[in-house]
Design a protein around this ligand. Structure first.
Ligand code: G3P
Length: 215
């Protein structure tokens, strides 16, 4: 499973990229707004790191507007995936952009039928938002199970990108189901690394090493 960071914060991206566990980055208008910087500048800096997949979202709500934004965004860098929302206009824009060779990440997906439609119009990624489903007392991960099964049934090439991830168990469950990608906040990726027994074990090894005769 590919691991993406769901952030527009360059330092966070740089840190995980340097460790070598990062496969891509997803952004959205809310995450970009938090940075207080120009969208294009942020995208140029992220792509300049060499990140192979960077999702950038359109904000137009009509197909023509999405097409204009999507075509502009893809010119910024070959690693850009254009995020289009799961609306009729977004589906139409995705089909056209995909036919032009642009890789589209269909976002704001909350049902398996929506995911089916995303695959049918040729989206490269589909982004079901599991945390927001959990927030309204639905089990978000069941949606991932359904989408993975449907895509396998028909051998769709669209990759399942688990989004709106809130904690490490989401990542674990997504991996067990066989989702293609999981995007997560920096704090969640940090927690994937950590285990208290690792810290205790290392401290004990280092303490014991002091007892080994040197020289
Ligand atoms: O980037 C889309 C998605 O991951 C947003 O997550 O936490 O705002 O529901 P969240």
């Amino acid at each position: 499973m590919k691991l993406f960071l769901d952030t527009a914060h360059l330092t966070e991206i740089q840190t995980m990229w340097d460790i070598g566990i990062l496969d891509g980055v997803t952004t959205n208008p809310s995450l970009v707004a938090k940075e207080g910087r120009k969208f294009d500048d942020v995208l140029k800096e992220i792509t300049a790191l060499g990140i192979p997949s960077v999702s950038a979202e359109v904000v137009a709500t009509d197909t023509d507007g999405m097409l204009a934004e999507g075509r502009r965004l893809r010119e910024i860098h070959p690693s850009i995936y254009v995020k289009c929302p799961m609306t009729p206009a977004g589906l139409k824009a995705t089909k056209i952009l995909a036919s032009e060779g642009t890789r589209v990440n269909m976002t704001l997906v909350f049902s398996a039928n929506q995911a089916l439609l995303a695959a049918k119009v040729g989206a490269a990624y589909v982004s079901p938002f599991i945390g927001r489903l959990d927030d309204i007392s639905e089990v978000g991960m069941e949606l991932i199970e359904d989408v993975v099964q449907i895509y396998r049934n028909y051998s769709f090439a669209t990759e399942v990108l688990v989004a709106s991830v809130r904690h490490p168990i989401h990542v674990l469950e997504a991996a067990k189901i066989g989702a293609d990608i999981c995007t997560m906040p920096y704090a969640v990726m940090e927690k994937l690394v950590q285990h208290p027994l690792t810290d205790i074990g290392l401290a004990r090894f280092l303490a014991d090493w002091q007892k080994v005769p040197k020289g």
